[in-house]
Design a binder for this molecule. Structure first.
Ligand SMILES: *Cc1c(COP(=O)(O)O)cnc(C)c1O
Length: 962
């Protein structure tokens, strides 16, 4: 036996061999098929010489898993987890362990994609509709969205909605009560500036003094006060103002709902329903409005429809409204939202049920009462006269209090040299209250929590005035009343999970979405308390671990992107676009070029591009693509010339949305720069660039990265995401800032784009681990293998389906587009039929009809082995054969396995199946693999039109369960 060297033996342990699907034997076999001598030969054929990096990445050597985990453990240990009483929208919470293990830490939930294919997504669709039902019950309004990115961006969306629907057409003022959380106001101001709205901030009652289209109030406010706004809202509505309320979700369990007071929109962070603070995110914001505003609703809504059997089925309502974010008609640019976290919050409500939630909320309120009474008995009365969980005090002793707080390892909310606040939460205990007495009063107070509790019980007055106490029942739906035992809960979660196809069943080849492996070693750290339980506004010196993590990750991303700096604030790709465009606009303004407001966008762009440009207050001019899908340079030059000194920027995607490396990209950058414009390069396709080329190297000025695509954060069934932007040095002073925590890059007065300074910092450990484990070598190899896999699939499938586009040497980059339109002409079989038929074969459909209608875009990623690719190819070829039978007239166009797909158990149990011209076996077991590992779609094809005509976006009525 030949002995291996130690280095060879160590290599075997490297994570990169686990991340990359094909082993060396498979790689060689695939190279043979595509006709390349080596990986380098293949990459040489694909990537134009002029854009190829002439250096290796410098992110370090690959780590094995235990080494990487040891390292990040040390980083985590540098975070000091103080007990947080800061509040301001973020609260300690107890994640039910049954939800932690079975949802957050379960690939069946976290690796799923956005439910665009509802027949294989009924589980998470039900969980989201529970979220919507919960949101409606608590807010007292009747149409809820499926989650927005955070409370502050939801506020900006509420303002935009108010402008769209307000009948006060001439008004330009949006009024904001001055007791709103400052981070929310910050994001509102940024957005208002783009839209040209006037934001007026003042005491709530002064709202009536203005000609306004909308107004926003916080309930309970930043000091903990709760107001009954019923009369104020009536007056404001007489002025045709649209009223929004930022509400605390836990308080709503006990409080009169804002809907009852007359609010039109209610939103807020759902974090404290069982989602860790994570140093700022990810968390879901709920957003609820009136049914009359459904066409103006930002983000997604899940609705009820029926399948071809007439059975109830869930799907995204008004999907076509949203699928391309509707360019200039966009309501918002929200694509990736916060589905996984919305699901966690809804499961929290399902698990506790209305009684459990009331107990939790009552306990929080009782502890607050005890704290207030105890302190009052010592002469320290709260500033607020009514409260749910938050008290604000003025004290000349604040210096001493702060010192004692630090010694006790707890954080209070510090408003000024005199003012401080305390917010309690479901983790608060008697001991905590006793400790708070010690910290606030000093040791000799002699207060006893049990005795004060008796006094609170005996008191006639309540801290929640009678007029503000909730009178109606919440969460009466059976779903919230039958899973209070852990056994029932575990099975409910599992039952839903079983309905959904995620990466733990088969590959999800969604072009542009990069559904690669989300490795366990990358995921583990996000549950550690040192990362999970940090408040985003805790003093920076407590967050040394996060600071190190963010700095190291930024340095790596600088190396990978070729930019000079990274801004971590945007919490989705589309938010990154918005943040990047704002930086461009501020840069222009700083040079006296404030008039530059035109954004050129090629036809083939992702829908979020024009939507983000709209949000940033820009005018979109669309430029043409040629027959190859490349940007038409002549048209680009003409348009650039036409807009001339009004040119702000171009937004391009590279490799193009069509999956090819355009040779002219550097020329495009030059043309734009020549006219004084900036180049925004959409980084969604970074998986074809890492280690091979980079946006900075190509000549772009700014890009967002989708950490939830290229850098291994899982899709979570439609979020979370992170969309940090890389920028060249000249743009760095213009990136997003924050009112509370100063990330440091930006100049002082830059507004924020997200509620938290570093966006959804809680999931950054995933991308950090991804890069650390792969190292320079593994990152580059991943890109190469993504291209090998894509070209292998392309080669195999192009013998059966026409390929829409290819680049140099007839190669594609990391994805390919199959053109199904010719098949449709000869057979009547649509791209939808093929997508649904793939479900019968156990696969999720590739991206459908983007960027070209009637096509499928396939992106296999580097994580899929040749074995899995071959299974997918086998399915696609078998489907092509089925289409042939339709073409040949062997099967009628309206009765064949494609038209009737997906097939369910109900189909094959149906005696009428006998009249179909194909067998039951072909329907549900078309290949040997499906027999061994069958995925059963739980509903037949869903009727979208029916659902939109009969819009119903809540849990289905009880009778349907009987
Ligand atoms: C995914 C994607 C986006 C949007 O990213 P989100 O995180 O979903 O907002 C933008 N552009 C392209 C090309 C994409 O594929």
């Amino acid at each position: 036996m030949t002995k291996q060297t130690l280095t060879q033996l160590e290599q075997h342990e490297l994570f990169l061999t686990r991340h990359i699907g094909p082993d060396e034997v498979q790689q060689q076999a695939m190279l043979n098929v595509v006709g390349a001598e080596s990986i380098d030969d293949l990459i040489g054929q694909i990537v134009p010489e002029s854009i190829r990096l002439d250096r290796e990445l410098t992110v370090g050597r690959p780590n094995n898993e235990s080494e990487g985990l040891d390292y990040i453990r040390n980083v985590a240990n540098k975070n000091q987890v103080f007990k947080s009483y800061i509040g301001m929208g973020y609260y300690p919470t107890l994640v039910p362990n049954v939800v932690l293990r079975n949802v957050l830490e379960n690939p069946g939930w976290y690796t799923a994609y956005t439910p665009y294919q509802p027949e294989i997504a009924q589980g998470r669709l039900e969980a989201i509709i529970n979220f919507q039902q919960m949101s409606m019950d608590l807010t007292g309004l009747d149409l809820a969205s499926a989650s927005l990115l955070d409370e502050a961006t939801a506020a900006a969306e509420a303002m935009a909605l108010a402008k769209r629907v307000s009948k006060a057409k001439k008004a330009n003022i949006f009024f904001v009560a001055n007791d709103l959380f400052p981070q929310t106001l910050d994001v509102i101001k940024t957005r208002a500036e783009c839209f040209g709205f006037d934001v007026v901030v003042g005491p709530a009652h002064e709202a009536v003094n203005y000609e306004l289209f909308g107004a926003l109030f916080q309930y309970t406010n930043r000091e903990g006060q709760i107001h009954d706004y019923t009369e104020l809202f009536t007056e404001l509505k007489a002025k045709k103002a649209v009223i929004s309320v930022a509400a605390d979700i836990m308080s709503l369990v006990l409080l009169k709902s804002p809907g009852e007071m007359g609010a039109d929109v209610v939103f807020g962070n759902a974090q404290r329903f069982g989602v860790p603070m994570g140093y700022g995110g990810p968390h879901a914001s709920f957003f609820v409005t009136k049914d009359t505003h459904k066409r103006s609703m930002p983000g997604r809504i899940i609705g009820v429809s029926q399948d071809t059997r007439g059975n109830r089925a869930l799907r995204m309502a008004m999907q076509t409204r949203e699928q391309h974010i509707r360019r200039e008609k966009a309501n918002s640019n929200i694509c990736t939202a916060q589905v996984l976290l919305a699901n966690m919050a809804s499961f929290y409500a399902v698990f506790h049920g209305p009684q459990g939630l009331k107990t939790i909320a009552n306990r929080i309120n009782r502890f607050t009462d005890i704290l207030a009474l105890g302190l009052a008995s010592k002469g320290l009365n709260p500033v607020n006269s009514a409260w749910f969980d938050t008290l604000t005090f003025e004290s000349t002793n604040l210096v001493a209090i702060k010192t004692r707080a630090a010694a006790a390892k707890l954080n209070l909310r510090i408003d000024s040299d005199l003012r401080f606040g305390v917010s309690l939460d479901e983790t608060t205990t008697r001991e905590d209250i006793a400790q708070l007495f010690d910290v606030i009063l000093g040791e000799d107070h002699g207060l006893d929590v049990t005795i004060i509790d008796e006094q609170v019980l005996a008191a006639t007055e309540s801290s929640i005035p009678a007029s503000l106490q909730r009178q109606n029942a919440i969460l009466t739906h059976p779903t919230f009343n039958r899973y209070q035992s852990e056994t029932e809960m575990m099975r409910y979660i599992k039952r839903l999970e079983n309905k959904d196809l995620a990466l733990n069943h088969s590959m999800i080849s969604l072009g542009s979405c990069t559904m690669k492996l989300n490795a366990v070693a990358e995921m583990l750290p996000i549950s550690w308390p040192e990362f999970a339980n940090m408040h985003p506004f805790c003093p920076l010196e407590q967050a040394e671990g996060y600071t190190q993590l963010i700095n190291e990750l930024s340095d790596w991303l600088v190396d990978i992107t070729g930019y000079d700096a990274i801004c971590m604030q945007p919490n989705s790709g589309a938010q990154g676009e918005y943040a990047g465009l704002l930086a461009i606009q501020k840069y222009h303004a700083s040079r006296g070029d404030g008039h530059r407001n035109v954004c050129l966008i090629p036809q083939s762009a992702h829908g979020t591009n024009p939507a983000s440009a709209q949000l940033a207050g820009m005018k979109v001019v669309v430029t043409a693509c040629d027959a190859q899908g490349n940007i038409d340079l002549d048209d680009l030059r003409t348009k650039a010339q036409e807009v001339a000194e009004h040119l702000s920027c171009i937004m391009i995607t590279y490799p193009s949305t069509h999956g090819v490396y355009e040779e002219t990209v550097q020329e495009i950058c030059e043309i734009i720069h020549q006219y004084g414009g900036q180049v925004y390069l959409d980084g969604a396709n970074m998986n074809a660039q890492v280690g091979i080329t980079s946006p900075g190297f190509i000549g772009a000025d700014v890009s967002h990265l989708n950490l939830h695509k290229t850098f291994a954060i899982p899709h979570g069934g439609g979020g979370p995401g992170m969309g940090p932007i890389g920028i060249k040095a000249h743009l760095a002073p213009f990136v997003a800032g924050h009112t509370i925590i100063k990330p440091g890059l930006e100049s002082d007065n830059n507004g924020a784009v997200s509620a938290a300074p570093y966006g959804s910092a809680g999931i950054l450990p995933i991308s950090y681990m991804y890069i650390r484990l792969l190292g320079s070598k593994g990152l580059k190899q991943s890109t190469q293998m993504a291209m090998l896999n894509a070209n292998y699939v392309t080669k195999k499938l192009s013998e059966h389906y026409p390929l829409l586009f290819s680049g140099r040497n007839n190669r594609v980059a990391h994805e390919c587009i199959l053109d199904l339109r010719p098949l449709k002409e000869t057979s009547g079989v649509t791209e939808m039929d093929i997508a649904k038929r793939l479900n019968d074969y156990g696969f999720h459909a590739p991206t459908m009809s983007f960027p070209v209608a009637g096509t499928l875009m396939i992106e296999p990623t580097e994580s899929e082995s040749k074995v899995e690719l071959d299974r997918f190819i086998e399915a696609m070829i078998a489907i092509r054969e089925e289409v042939r039978k339709v073409e040949a007239g062997l099967w009628p166009a309206d009765n064949n396995p494609l038209h009737n797909a997906p097939h369910t158990l109900a189909d094959i149990m149906d005696p009428e199946f006998d009249s179909r011209p194909y067998s039951r076996e072909l329907a549900v077991f078309p290949t040997a693999v499906t027999k061994a590992n069958k995925f059963w779609p739980t509903v037949n094809r869903i009727d979208d039109v029916f659902g939109d005509r009969n819009l119903f976006c809540a849990c289905v009525p009880m009778e349907d369960y009987e």
